[in-house]
Design a protein. Structure first.
Length: 318
């Protein structure tokens, strides 16, 4: 009991001590000496608090505030990009070429070079083509910060590149388009011919066509060997203009043939499309034919009325 009371009194005294001096005085009473840094193993020391400098919540540099005048000047410079020839508001410029930037030149000197290039471009062409090539070359501002930089552009070459890119994109998109045409095992010859013609047209446009042959309701589907024979017969119709880009899918009742058009079929359909007249031209021809028929009827009525009038005059004279 006395031991417990002594321990409790020491604990209470330790809790109420606030100064380090008093703690040192109380420690000998417990036969405990103060610990030093040498008594603590190095692996237990946590040094995260020893970072140098002060921690800042946002260590990123502050953004510079743009004044209204600076914003107006920046927007003005941005609008200048793309100006051509005499619209360029700089007296001295540098010309960009595949070899790099040239020495500073006056804008007038660059425009004289552009004029000479245009003169050489249509010197050997006829009068019809000269109008197209009169402004083939032009100088365009492509940068103005910190130095104005212009580029002499060949509009014809630029047009050809854009045209090729469009055709490439169009061809790529057409190759990814898939159409489906369905037949039945009991389809009539006329129906088969119509569907096969449609398949040829779609293949000619560069599309992929899935020809599916399915059973008709309440009719027994053919055997597997008959299905293979019929599929081979249909595939022979497209020999030379299409190829099977995927293995046929056979099921118990159906078969699907995967066709892809070749360059020959595409050229053939392109030729037929070129022969077709535009809708506007067809409407114009129809209106002209209607006017001619109307004029012809009017002339016939006038001829009949004049004949009747002459007949009446002769009868009155007789």
């Amino acid at each position: 009991m006395n031991t417990f009371s002594a321990f409790r009194s020491v604990a209470v005294e330790l809790l109420h001590l606030n100064s380090r001096h008093n703690i040192k005085q109380a420690l000998p009473r417990l036969a405990i000496r103060p610990l030093s840094s040498l008594d603590i193993p190095y692996r237990h020391i946590h040094t995260s608090h020893a970072r140098r400098g002060t921690w800042v919540k946002n260590s990123q540099p502050a953004k510079k505030v743009e004044t209204p005048e600076q914003k107006k000047a920046r927007m003005k410079k941005e609008k200048e990009i793309g100006l051509k020839n005499g619209e360029i508001p700089y007296q001295w410029v540098q010309v960009a070429s595949p070899g790099g930037l040239g020495d500073p030149r006056t804008l007038d000197d660059v425009l004289r070079e552009v004029h000479s290039l245009n003169a050489l471009a249509h010197a050997n062409e006829n009068d019809v083509e000269r109008k197209k090539t009169l402004k083939r070359f032009y100088a365009q501002l492509i940068a103005n910060d910190p130095t104005p930089i212009v580029k002499i552009i060949n509009s014809y070459e630029l047009y050809k590149k854009q045209k090729q890119a469009q055709e490439k994109t169009k061809a790529h998109a057409a190759n990814n388009v898939r159409k489906e045409v369905q037949l039945t095992w009991a389809s009539s010859e006329a129906d088969v011919e119509t569907k096969l013609q449609r398949v040829k047209e779609e293949l000619g446009r560069g599309f992929k066509v899935d020809l599916a042959i399915m059973p008709k309701k309440n009719l027994r589907p053919p055997r597997r060997d008959e299905m293979v024979e019929r599929a081979d017969e249909l595939a022979e119709h497209f020999a030379g203009i299409a190829k099977e880009w995927k293995v046929r899918d056979y099921t118990r009742t159906t078969v699907v043939i995967y066709f892809q058009g070749s360059s020959n079929s595409t050229a053939a359909v392109a030729a037929t499309d070129a022969d077709k007249k535009p809708k506007k031209v067809l409407l114009k021809e129809q209106r002209r034919q209607a006017q001619e028929e109307k004029l012809k009827k009017k002339q016939e009525l006038e001829a009949r009325s004049s004949n009747n009038f002459e007949g009446q005059d002769q009868s009155s004279l007789s």
